[in-house]
Design a protein around this ligand. Structure first.
Ligand code: GRF
Length: 204
């Protein structure tokens, strides 16, 4: 099977990126990471990509915190297109995705979010879950559209909330579930076990 070409976008520590890279290395995903991109030059995910000799793209600094300026997002989309990326994986990418990425990769961008969506969209979802007093939360892999954390759910994994949990302990448990769920979903997309959204530009 021809490997699925992946572009990974992240703004942070990159632990989900590492879980995907490791699963590819173990031969569990018929895929290859052809670009790692970040909106932040100092994001640890970039160093992890360099250590693995993967091509990287760093966005120019912009004026906003929550989104990229259109020109900067266009450059990012161009870099992903030039790398012939087939699936864009948001792994802790902290900007709202706008038209340049959505237009070029419609139905081919997924995100991992640390809650059972539609519960607790937005920032620090594990803290939201603790405050709400639920006894189960989890993580979700979903398709990305205009709505923040609002696209169709692909797959979820539940995580128990324990009585003595702190934000840190709960987040760590959710992340362990993320590190299993994200590689599994990418594997199942790569092998056709999960359907891609009906889009003329989907994977041939
Ligand atoms: C993850 O918890 C993910 O759900 C959220 O951002 C975090 C990224 O963590 N979207 P990492 O950078 O992959 O370690």
């Amino acid at each position: 099977m021809r490997p699925l070409r992946l572009g990974v976008l992240g703004s942070g520590k990159g632990s989900n990126f590492v879980s995907v890279a490791a699963a590819i290395r173990r031969g569990e995903i018929p895929g290859e990471i052809v670009l790692v991109a970040s909106d932040l030059a100092e994001a640890p995910i970039l160093e992890l990509a360099r250590q693995r000799n993967l091509p990287i793209h760093v966005c120019r600094p912009g004026a906003f915190r929550t989104k990229l300026e259109p020109e900067i997002e266009k450059d990012l989309a161009r870099a992903l297109v030039a790398a012939r990326v087939e699936l864009v994986v948001l792994a802790g990418y902290m900007r709202v995705v706008k038209e340049p990425l959505l237009e070029n990769f419609r139905g081919r961008i997924l995100n991992i979010h640390p809650s059972l969506l539609p519960s607790f969209p937005g920032l620090r979802a594990w803290e939201q879950a603790l405050r709400a007093g639920v006894n189960e939360t989890g993580c979700t892999v979903h398709w990305v559209n205009h709505e923040v954390d609002g696209g169709a759910v692909i797959r979820q994994a539940g995580v128990p909330v324990q009585e003595r949990d702190t934000a840190g302990s709960l987040h760590a448990r959710i992340q362990r579930a993320e590190h299993r769920l994200l590689p599994e979903v990418i594997r199942d997309l790569a092998t056709g076990k999960i359907d891609w959204p009906a889009d003329p530009r989907r994977r041939p």
